[in-house]
Design a protein around this ligand. Structure first.
Ligand SMILES: N[C@@H](CCC(=O)N[C@@H](CS)C(=O)NCC(=O)O)C(=O)O
Length: 205
């Protein structure tokens, strides 16, 4: 069964999928949500997007958005909100994300000997701490906040007791304001894994 809405293939805890959903929900874009099992990806998704990562968004006109930032930009364009393509997002997606994966999963990567990945992550956190006022672009939540927040949340959850006593007052307020928001609650709602037989899960605005 299918709807006539854009289709989002997503995974609840994936930070890339989370940023895409944050943009879709804050832009109030109705869509069909397809929750996937990363260990058993549906053939329907792999047939349209061979690279096999989420999020993937399949538009009504047949276009495909295979990068989370492209989904965000598409959503923001529709709702006439300004997008952002700054160095900070690039840094988040490269050096910070690499260090975060190694901090989160010690022993999984070969090159980690002698490197303190928590400290590596903190170079980036310090930049955010200095820029937050109270959001990354001033008084209102912007594209930049939505793009980066899920990754910093992940960092804060690796060792929450340690994080709680670190001197990042602005980041902590920023994280709390997101985590306690209605937007975040909506974006984190739970869906069963999608199957073609079941009724589609529609997110309607
Ligand atoms: N550059 C991609 C990265 C997406 C990505 O790596 N997503 C992860 C989940 S968080 C994934 O789908 N990995 C494939 C897998 O685990 O098989 C984007 O921004 O959308």
């Amino acid at each position: 069964m299918s709807s006539h809405l854009p289709i989002l293939y997503s995974f609840r805890r994936c930070p890339y999928a989370m940023r895409a959903r944050l943009a879709l929900y804050s832009s109030k874009i109705s869509h069909e949500h397809r929750e996937i099992n990363l260990k058993n990806k549906p053939l329907e998704m792999l047939a349209i997007s061979q690279k096999g990562t989420v999020p993937v968004m399949f538009l009504e006109n047949g276009d495909l958005l295979e990068e989370s930032l492209d989904i965000m930009k598409w959503a923001f364009k529709i709702s006439n909100l300004p997008t952002d393509d700054v160095q900070l997002i690039q840094e988040n997606d490269t050096t910070f994300k690499q260090a975060l994966d190694r901090y989160k999963y010690p022993g999984r990567y070969a090159e980690e000997i002698g490197i303190n990945y928590q400290e590596e992550c903190e170079y980036f956190l310090q930049k955010l701490e200095n820029q937050l006022s109270p959001f990354l672009r001033g008084n209102t939540i912007s594209f930049l906040d939505l793009a980066i927040f899920p990754f910093v949340r992940q960092f804060s959850m690796v060792n929450p007791d340690w994080f709680e006593i670190q001197p990042y007052p602005h980041i902590k307020v920023w994280l709390r304001s997101f985590i306690s928001s209605q937007l975040f609650e909506e974006v984190m709602q739970k869906f069963l894994f999608w199957t073609p037989e079941n009724k589609p899960s529609l997110v309607l605005f």
